[in-house]
Design a protein around this ligand. Structure first.
Ligand SMILES: [Zn+2]
Length: 324
């Protein structure tokens, strides 16, 4: 507490952190850093949204003369930067409009400030854990013919095979019809030091033919990007209704420490979708879509970015108002 020893009013005015620079730094190894430097540590918040793809970075309580600060020129990943000051909260929101969706990290700098780090990677260098939902005594949802645990395992096995063909290190939380606890599944991925995690499920409603379509769940902010991409790839491949990307606290996506999503391919207790899920072709399409989603997350979506092409992909996306 800054004030006079007698406890009267502080004599020093409160100092707000001041933004000292906004830059885009390209390094020879292909890493692009969007850096905001501040003379005092701040705790920024951020979110990712699509249509158009953009990251909003909110700097609370900062002193910033926007007119004097040059916003950086476009980079490989960031197309344009817009700044908006909210006088009521004294916060500033920077909107980074992206050329495409790709994995990124938001890191706080030791001396205050924040960096958004982009790097194009290679799928073949990734370690991926695939998690076929349910198994053993836990059948999951049931259709008239199919049991969820069997479909999940078959699709995950196919995806693992495709990923290995790419040269990626693909592992599974179960490779046979066996019960594995939810926390155990997350722990397996954490211990393996996986780069990405995908839990494969099929959906059901209380009554048959009540629900249909494809949906994807994420929990942590870094997983949201993978979620958007995965949902887009699945909807394009399976051509079922787009139920959108949603946030949920499922154990396997909450306890895993890497970008992780849970996909619900289609509904087992829907006539048309159960018939599709019985086909090898549909299962292979789902596996290929999962593989492609992981590839785009690491290597970039390019022009396939969800939300860039009008009317494609995530047409019925749930509002992304929540800031996880
Ligand atoms: Zn399930």
């Amino acid at each position: 507490m800054i004030g006079k020893p007698d406890g009267s009013e502080p004599i020093v005015e409160r100092h707000l952190p001041t933004v000292t620079g906004v830059t885009t730094i390209q390094s020879p190894d292909g890493v692009e850093r969007f850096r905001v430097t501040v003379d005092w540590p701040i705790i920024p918040s951020w979110d990712l949204q699509i249509r158009p793809p953009r990251i909003t970075l909110t700097l609370p309580d900062v002193e910033w003369n926007l007119k004097e600060t040059q916003l950086p020129m476009a980079g490989e990943f960031v197309e344009r930067v817009e700044a908006q000051r909210d006088d009521a909260s004294l916060g500033t929101t920077l909107t980074l409009l992206l050329n495409e969706l790709i994995r990124f990290d938001v890191e706080r700098l030791d001396d205050g400030g924040v960096e958004v780090v982009f790097k194009r990677g290679k799928l073949r260098e990734q370690k991926i854990v695939l998690d076929p939902g349910h198994g053993g005594r836990d059948n999951g949802a049931s259709g008239e013919v199919l049991r969820e645990k069997d479909v999940n395992l078959d699709v995950a096995k196919r995806a693992a095979q495709l990923l290995r063909a790419y040269g990626a290190d693909a592992r599974m939380t179960r490779a046979e019809d066996r019960y594995v606890g939810l926390f155990r599944r997350a722990e397996l991925a954490n211990r393996a030091g996986a780069d990405m995690f995908v839990s494969v499920h099929c959906n059901a409603m209380p009554r048959r033919n009540q629900g249909f379509g494809t949906e994807t769940f994420y929990y942590s902010p870094p997983s949201k990007c993978l979620g958007y991409i995965m949902q887009n790839c699945l909807v394009r491949a399976l051509r079922r209704a787009d139920r959108g990307l949603k946030r949920a606290r499922f154990v396997v996506i909450r306890e895993t420490r890497m970008p992780s999503v849970l996909v619900e391919l289609a509904f087992l207790n829907h006539d048309e979708e159960e018939a599709l899920l019985q086909q090898d072709r549909t299962r292979q399409q789902a596996a290929a879509a999962i593989t492609e989603g992981l590839r785009q997350f690491v290597e970039g979506t390019g022009s396939q970015a969800p939300g860039v092409e009008r009317g494609a992909g995530l047409t019925r996306m749930a509002p992304a108002a929540e800031t996880p």
